[in-house]
Design a protein around this ligand. Structure first.
Ligand code: OSB
Ligand code: MG
Length: 376
């Protein structure tokens, strides 16, 4: 039996958090991040939180914090306010005219899942259908100024107990750092992520990575270039993993049909929320494709959503759900997300499972917007 829910008020909080260690990819370097926290409230006063974890710049995906703010405030929230729904997946029907804009949708969809789980008194992981009580986390390391500094970073994460390390690579920073890390850590579960910066001409260079027993090569080529991913996969034994290429479950179908991947990074933000992320998980499971949950340096709200998603049975590879402290000195949830020897406990309390720190959010808010009855 389904009980209708109705969102009567919605708030957006643009929150700025300093990073403990600057993170550099092939396209940018950051000292702090702005993400948008989405707060949805129903008539009973129950609240669900979600996180729009877009980068500030359109380098990973086309969206930015500004574009997400615009899309959420002008299209998504007005479409769902005061409309009855019974399952979080129903929201997609309410904003079905809005194309793309997955990051903006992801924050609202996640908040709806958390609200729904709260009203049913279920932990988010259980609401999603997950049964794992703990999830294995891996860490992602940026491009460091030198190989020595990279080796120091790897040692820190190995000491912290993380069983998998991913290295960002780019032309000029690929075979050498991989060889150095592999030589120092012969047994480490190691993988690389190129964020789409290579081209078809680089296939020979990328094949040199094949001898280093990497768990996967993530997104070597541009997002829409599935054919070159398929070509690389035919000529190397290292599994190719797709990230940026898969924005929808249809993209996953195409990639499977082309043989463009052997592993899928499911990222809640990139796919438009927990609803499509769960569908991608189910489809991958049917296809025998291993998946893991990618991250966007989420604050605690998005981080806990990733932990909950990773409790689903198909997430058989370590996920980017490292402890909050890898990125933030203090996090927006209390307690912060912690990992013990690379393992994160799935919260057992209802909804997100950990309290949201409104004081810290207020202290770090750079913009705020409320939509609902009192604003009309
Ligand atoms: O490609 O996975 C990526 C961060 C920003 C943009 C793209 C990516 C990343 C990460 C983050 O690797 C990893 C994490 O959140 O722990
Ligand atoms: Mg990636």
């Amino acid at each position: 039996m389904s009980t209708d829910l109705k969102i009567v008020a919605a708030r957006l909080h643009r929150v700025r958090m300093p990073l403990v260690h600057e993170f550099q990819t092939s396209s940018h370097r950051k000292a702090y991040l702005d993400h948008i926290l989405v707060e949805l409230e129903d008539a009973s006063g129950a609240v669900g939180w979600g996180e729009i974890a877009s980068s500030s710049d359109p380098y990973y995906a086309p969206e930015t914090v500004e574009s997400c703010w615009h899309i959420a405030s002008t299209y998504l929230l007005p479409a769902v306010l005061d409309r009855p729904w019974s399952r979080p997946g129903d929201l997609a029907g309410l904003w079905s005219k809005v194309r793309g804009n997955q990051f903006a949708k992801a924050g609202v969809d996640t908040a709806a899942w958390v609200l729904w789980a709260e009203t049913r008194q279920l932990p988010l992981a259980t609401a999603l259908g997950g049964s794992r009580t703990e999830v294995v986390a891996g860490v992602s390391l940026g491009i460091e100024p030198t190989i020595d500094e990279l080796l120091t970073q790897v040692q820190q994460q190995v000491d912290a107990g993380y069983p998998r390390v991913k290295l960002k690579i780019a032309p000029g920073w690929d075979v050498e750092p991989v060889r150095a890390v592999r030589t120092a850590y012969p047994e480490l579960d190691l993988h690389v992520d190129a964020n789409g910066i290579y081209g078809a001409d680089d296939i020979q260079q990328l094949r040199k990575l094949d001898e280093h027993r990497l768990t996967m090569i993530e997104q070597p080529f541009a997002p829409r270039d599935l054919l070159t991913h398929a070509e690389l996969q035919r000529t190397i034994s290292t599994p190719v993993c797709l990230d940026e290429s898969v924005e929808t479950v249809d993209d996953l179908e195409t990639a499977l049909a082309l043989g463009a991947l052997q592993v899928l990074n499911i990222k809640v933000s990139r796919m438009g929320g927990l609803t499509p992320a769960r569908e991608a998980h189910d489809r991958a499971r049917d296809a025998g494709l291993p998946v893991w949950c990618g991250g966007m340096h989420e604050f605690g709200v998005g981080r806990l959503a990733n932990v909950a998603l990773s409790a689903l049975p198909g997430f058989t590879l370590p996920s980017d759900v490292s402890a909050s402290e890898k990125y933030y000195a203090r996090d927006v949830v209390v307690p912060a997300v912690t990992a013990v020897r690379g393992v994160v406990q799935v919260p057992e309390a209802t909804g997100l499972g950990q309290a949201v720190d409104r004081e810290l959010i207020a202290a770090n808010t750079v913009a705020e917007l409320s939509l609902g009855p009192e604003q009309e």
